[in-house]
Design a protein around this ligand. Structure first.
Ligand SMILES: Nc1ncnc2c1ncn2[C@@H]1O[C@H](COP(=O)(O)OP(=O)(O)OP(=O)(O)O)[C@@H](O)[C@H]1O
Ligand SMILES: [Mg+2]
Length: 309
């Protein structure tokens, strides 16, 4: 959630100038159309403030918003999907059936990669000899070495984990050995209660709740098109464990197919590119024009109809 709006404006400037390298200056820039991603169940005020910053500070012709999981669905080439994205701060699940978002079924939790970092930092401080690991190294250890266990309660036992420790080279070239923290930290994504989270923050629970809110006849199609995205899902073993956990929740003999494309860290970007560049996909989003903004201001963002495709 954005709390410092001045910093947000600086981030937008940096993004346009240094990363995207497009000129969107008020005076001499080209008029641009922007598609902005948005987490589901985002407060309206947030969207209005983003709209205000973008229209007031940059040369915008049109601005649209689209939910991350909808873009993931578009990137997957499907019209029916149970789309799940998990990043640093948010995990979201959205069922889409034949191009329609199922109203009231979306699930969101603020339990994601940042929580794994916090847990790993604490475990390293208490259970290993790495007393004060800085956030960069904690994240690096997670991204390079952690994995989701498919057999957690047994594998975490000292006898079972013996020999699976891994070495990590710190920036000063010293090496440290990391033990079962490697599976304990990511475990909180599936068992949040181990680290002060709520049972309903577990990713399989979010998927299950989203599914349960859908018509019974739609569930089988959704279960066979569970598409995962976001960099937090790139931890080794994540898609396999999600499939195993869901298998325990849904009725016996249900077929589950988890699709985890290798480029899933970029799925929202890919889905957004498809929507903005291919004319047949443009109807997947509705835009606020600069004329509408001038007429009614940031409130224009809250009047956008619910996205369907
Ligand atoms: N290879 C990897 N293995 C495990 N985790 C990873 C990997 N690469 C990145 N991450 C983690 O993914 C998270 C960031 O994911 P992503 O880039 O999708 O998030 P975001 O879009 O910035 O955040 P959000 O969607 O929550 O607003 C971080 O916690 C990061 O440490
Ligand atoms: Mg994201």
């Amino acid at each position: 959630m954005i709390t410092n709006w001045d910093a947000a404006e600086e981030v937008y400037k940096y993004l346009f100038d240094c990363e995207l390298r497009v000129c969107v200056d008020k005076d001499d820039g080209e008029v641009r159309q922007i598609l902005h991603t948005e987490a589901i169940l985002n407060p309206k005020q947030n969207r209005e403030r983003i709209t205000q910053i973008l229209f007031e500070s940059f040369n915008l012709g049109e601005l649209s918003f689209q939910y991350d999981p909808l873009l993931v669905t578009a990137a997957s080439g499907r019209s029916t999907a149970l789309a799940m994205c998990s990043g640093a701060g948010v995990t979201q699940v959205l069922p889409v059936v034949e191009g329609m978002v199922i109203p009231g079924a979306a699930q969101r939790s603020n339990w994601a990669g940042d929580q794994v970092d916090k847990c790993l930092k604490r475990l390293l401080a208490t259970e290993s000899d790495i007393r004060d690991c800085d956030p960069y190294n904690v994240r690096k250890i997670k991204e390079d070495l952690c994995y989701v266990s498919l057999n957690y309660s047994e594998e975490v036992q000292p006898d079972d984990f013996a020999g699976k420790e891994k070495e990590f080279e710190m920036p000063d070239r010293s090496t440290v050995v990391v033990g079962s923290e490697l599976i304990q930290a990511p475990e909180i994504l599936f068992t949040p209660t181990k680290f002060g989270g709520r049972r309903e923050d577990a990713v399989q629970q979010l998927c299950f709740e989203a599914l349960s809110a859908c018509n019974i006849f739609a569930r089988s199609g959704l279960l066979q098109n569970l598409v995962v995205a976001g960099n937090n899902t790139r931890i080794d073993g994540y898609p396999e464990r999600l499939e195993a956990e869901l298998t325990d929740l849904v009725p016996q003999n249900s077929r589950i197919r988890v699709t985890a494309p290798p480029e899933r860290g970029l799925s929202t970007w890919i889905g957004g590119s498809i929507i903005m560049t291919q004319s047949h996909a443009r109807h997947m989003t509705t835009a606020i024009t600069s004329d509408q903004y001038e007429e009614i201001g940031p409130y224009a963002a809250s009047r956008l109809p619910q996205a369907i495709f």
